[in-house]
Design a protein around this ligand. Structure first.
Ligand code: FAD
Length: 378
């Protein structure tokens, strides 16, 4: 059989793409090299930040507003709780990029944020340590997504809508043939589809031709000394400080410890060489030091840690576009450590591009053309 669309990769993003394509009645196949829920990609680790006042670029805000609606719709359709909207606290000096950027996005899109002076942050959260010039931005619509549950929910919706989901199925290569694509699998068989979506996360490295780099990022979980960092008293956070190697972010204790990590900080590597083992001195000690200067008592003992890949583009923005040579092939990658919250809207856009040839969403700023196209594969 020839499918309307084949999606390569069923992580956080590909699972949303198959769900959106199948929901439109398209004959959809998803091809995934590992088992569902595997932990080798970028979509696991129990929690992901979701927020609207997007310091990275206000152009993401319309996509975020749609993503919030679609996450809520997925919750309704599956009966699963995927989101905990408990607010988000951002702290830094007035000109820190997360503070200035969040305020700029909020003002451009009329989003609700609270600007808190240092003393107001400390009045709300007396256990914290703030530096003299720091202030806070509290976003009430910020919160936490459970990535494993979200991916499972999208896969379930896709299967219920008739998508064929093939796990332990390695795609070796694809090429344009006739009015579509021939996809060769590692077992020697082939799949034919009129449209193709490449959602391969850190494995897209070689396929895209855009200079993507895989970065090893460590997330760690700690037992806090007291209950003051539990989710009903303390929000997820982002902190930017000059003495830190990168912004520090984390999550309150939902029952499995306080989680913390540096955003986009770690060795550049390749997905096949990513060191999965954790080195306490190199990986954990810097997180503990930064946390103790910000949330004293939050990291009293290490519970768990995990090294995960970011797939970085040169400018930190996604690539979401049609392939320049094959308009029915959709490039969906380079999420640069901040893509999960967008999964359902990316699924919707990829379905638009693959099945309709265009999308009403404003995605020009995510075009691959910004990198030039000289080395895109034919
Ligand atoms: C530590 C960490 C923290 C993060 N924090 C946040 C956050 O707070 N908020 C946020 O919004 N985002 C966050 N992100 C980013 C977000 O999680 C990622 O952008 C998103 O999960 C990427 O999903 P993906 O589907 O593109 O990649 P993946 O989940 O890696 O999925 C790609 C899939 O493609 C499959 N695949 C690849 N090649 C082939 C092939 N040839 N054949 C078959 N299958 C193939 C892989 O097996 C894999 O399952 C974070 C990322 C990390 C690593």
């Amino acid at each position: 059989m020839t499918y309307d669309v084949a999606v390569i990769g069923l992580g956080g993003i590909g699972s949303a793409v198959v769900a959106k394509c199948a929901a439109r009645g398209a004959r959809t196949v998803g091809l995934e090299q590992f088992q569902p829920g595997h932990e080798l990609g970028s979509s696991t680790g129990k929690s992901r930040l979701i927020r609207k006042a997007y310091f990275e670029d206000p152009a993401y805000v319309p996509l975020l507003l749609r993503a919030y609606d679609l996450w809520r719709e997925l919750e309704r359709d599956t009966g699963e709780q995927l989101l905990a909207i408990i607010g988000l606290l951002m702290v830094g000096e007035e000109n820190a990029s997360i503070i200035a950027g969040a305020r700029k996005a909020a003002s451009a899109h009329d989003l609700a944020i609270e600007l808190l002076e240092r003393r107001e942050v400390l009045a709300r959260y007396p256990m914290l340590r703030l530096l003299p010039k720091e202030l806070g931005v509290f976003e009430p619509d910020g919160g936490v997504l459970v990535p494993e549950r979200a991916t499972r929910a999208h896969l379930r919706i896709a299967a219920e809508a008739g998508a064929e989901l093939r796990f332990e199925t390695v795609v070796k290569r694809w090429e344009a043939k006739g009015s579509g694509f021939e996809i060769s699998l590692a077992d020697g068989s082939r799949v034919f589809a009129h449209a193709l979506v490449l959602a391969q996360g850190p494995w897209l490295e070689d396929a895209l031709g855009i200079p993507l780099r895989v970065q090893r990022n460590v997330q760690a979980w700690f037992a806090p000394e007291s209950a003051s960092y539990s989710f009903d008293r303390f929000p997820p956070f982002l902190v930017e400080r000059q003495n830190l190697p990168a912004p520090l972010y984390g999550f309150p204790d939902f029952g499995d410890g306080v989680k913390a990590a540096f955003h986009a900080h770690g060795a550049m590597t390749g997905i096949d060489h990513l060191a999965r083992e954790i080195n306490r001195d190199r990986d954990i000690a810097p997180i503990v030091a930064a946390m103790e200067e910000w949330m004293p008592g939050a990291t009293s003992s290490l519970l768990d840690a995990k090294a995960c890949p970011y797939t970085l583009t040169p400018d930190g923005h996604f690539v979401l576009d049609r392939h320049p040579d094959y308009p029915r092939a959709v490039l969906c990658g380079g999420f640069s450590g901040h893509g999960f919250k967008f999964a359902p809207v990316i699924g919707e856009i990829a379905a638009d591009l693959a099945l309709e040839g265009g999308t009403p969403h404003e995605i020009g700023f995510l075009s691959h053309r910004r990198f030039g196209r000289s080395n895109l594969p034919k």
